[in-house]
Write a protein that binds this ligand. Structure first.
Ligand SMILES: Nc1ncnc2c1ncn2[C@@H]1O[C@H](COP(=O)(O)OP(=O)(O)OP(=O)(O)O)[C@@H](O)[C@H]1O
Ligand SMILES: [Mg+2]
Length: 162
């Protein structure tokens, strides 16, 4: 799938990562798929917490990795699904827990460990890539594939966190 927009920055702490994620949450259309790449402890769930804020998920929901439940659903501006595929080895498992129905809801779906899905599974999506640098710093990339979101990229550039 073709890369369309790209925004790359370093974040110095979890709050910066969440600020960026919040802007993403506020500026994505319904049906957006967000795949999150990065090592264990790099900040994927931290990013999803900011994303939820941007999608107006009420504060009483505290977001943790659904490593065992695989999927959690939250109410907000749009239905919001948070998936963690770390423990998914067999693709059929996903269909047993209703992945197909979720894809039809036109909500926002954030997926940790999307490496478990077949290649080119989604036609358009936003890829978040997090690389651990020194101390609490992270290199954070927001890349859209098959999806043109210039307003989002502009707002991310305006944020000027570092
Ligand atoms: N710049 C930063 N951005 C994001 N998280 C950071 C940053 N600096 C430190 N952290 C810390 O790194 C940890 C990231 O944990 P988190 O659970 O978000 O990782 P994860 O990528 O979801 O891991 P897993 O693969 O185990 O689900 C948190 O404790 C967070 O506070
Ligand atoms: Mg996680």
């Amino acid at each position: 799938m073709k890369k369309v927009n790209e925004f790359i920055t370093d974040t110095k702490n979890p709050e910066d990562t969440q600020k960026i994620a919040g802007i993403v949450g506020e500026n994505i259309p319904e049906g957006t798929i967000i795949t999150l790449y990065g090592d264990l402890g790099s900040g994927k769930t931290t990013f999803v917490q900011g994303l939820a804020k941007g999608l107006a998920v009420p504060d009483e929901y505290y977001i943790t990795s659904p490593t065992y439940s695989i999927i959690n659903e939250y109410p907000g501006k749009l239905p919001f699904y948070h998936m963690d595929l770390y423990r998914v080895s067999d693709f059929d498992e996903l269909y047993e827990i209703g992945f197909e129905e979720i894809l039809e809801q036109n909500g926002v779906i954030a997926i940790e460990w999307p490496e478990r899905l077949p290649d080119d599974f989604f036609e358009s999506y936003i890829k978040i890539d997090i690389k651990i640098l020194e101390n609490d710093e992270r290199k954070l990339s927001v890349i859209t594939y098959g999806l043109n979101l210039p307003d989002l990229i502009q707002k991310l550039s305006d944020l000027n966190i570092s």
